[in-house]
Design a protein around this ligand. Structure first.
Ligand SMILES: CC(C)(COP(=O)(O)OP(=O)(O)OC[C@H]1O[C@@H](n2cnc3c(N)ncnc32)[C@H](O)[C@@H]1OP(=O)(O)O)[C@@H](O)C(=O)NCCC(=O)NCCS
Length: 147
C-alpha cells in the first residue's frame, strides 16, 4: 500500500471519495472546496491510499489550521477528511493515512493535531482513539445567515 499526494488527473476519483464521505453535501460545494484546497497548496494536502495494483482505496485531507480546540500550539495540523472504501477497511489503511497526515504536519513545524467526528459516528471515534487521539469535549454548533 502506498500513501502519496493526489495527482491532477485523479480529481474525479477524489471527488467520488468526498461524495461518499459527505453524501448530504451538494456536489457543487464539494467541488468548490476542492478548488479552494488546490488554490492553497502550502496549507493543504490530499493524500491517497494506492493499492499494489494501482487502485485508489482511500484518502485523507490534512490542513494547517491557525488553531484548534484543545490544542495549545499554533498552527496545528488538522485532519479534515478521512475515508477508506468499505471493502478495504480494518486492514491498517486508515492508520497509514493518518500517519502520513501527521508526518505532513510535523514537517511543517506542527507539534499537535486536531480532528473531529460526528457524535453518532462510533467507528470514527474508536478509530481516532486507537490512533492516539483523545476526546476533549463535545460541542453544539450554530450558524446564522447574515442578511
Ligand atoms: C474511519 C476509517 C477511515 C478507518 O479506516 P480503516 O482503514 O478501517 O482503519 P484501520 O484499519 O487503519 O484501523 C485504525 C484503528 O481504528 C480501529 N478501527 C477501525 N475500524 C474499527 C471499527 N469498525 N470498530 C472498532 N475499531 C475500529 C482499529 O482497531 C485500528 O486500531 P488498531 O490498529 O489498534 O487495531 C474507516 O472506517 C472509514 O472510512 N469510515 C467511514 C468514513 C468515516 O467515518 N470517516 C471518519 C470521518 S471523521
Amino acid at each position: 500500500m502506498e500513501i502519496r499526494e493526489v495527482r491532477a488527473y485523479e480529481r474525479d476519483k477524489w471527488l467520488g471519495f468526498r461524495e461518499r464521505l459527505w453524501p448530504d453535501c451538494p456536489r457543487e460545494q464539494l467541488e468548490r472546496e476542492q478548488d479552494a484546497i488546490l488554490a492553497d497548496a502550502p496549507r493543504n494536502a490530499v493524500l491517497m491510499a494506492v493499492a499494489p495494483g494501482g487502485e485508489l482505496v482511500g484518502f485523507a485531507e490534512v490542513a494547517l489550521r491557525d488553531w484548534a480546540e484543545g490544542c495549545s500550539t499554533r498552527p496545528v495540523g488538522y485532519l479534515e477528511a478521512w475515508y477508506v472504501d468499505q471493502a478495504h477497511r480494518k486492514q491498517g489503511i486508515g492508520r497509514m493515512l493518518v500517519q502520513a497526515a501527521e508526518s505532513w504536519a510535523r514537517a511543517r513545524g506542527c507539534t499537535e493535531m486536531g480532528s473531529d467526528a460526528d457524535p453518532a459516528n462510533e467507528v470514527s471515534q474508536r478509530a481516532h482513539r486507537a490512533l492516539g487521539y483523545a476526546v476533549i469535549g463535545h460541542q453544539v454548533l450554530f450558524t446564522k445567515k447574515l442578511a
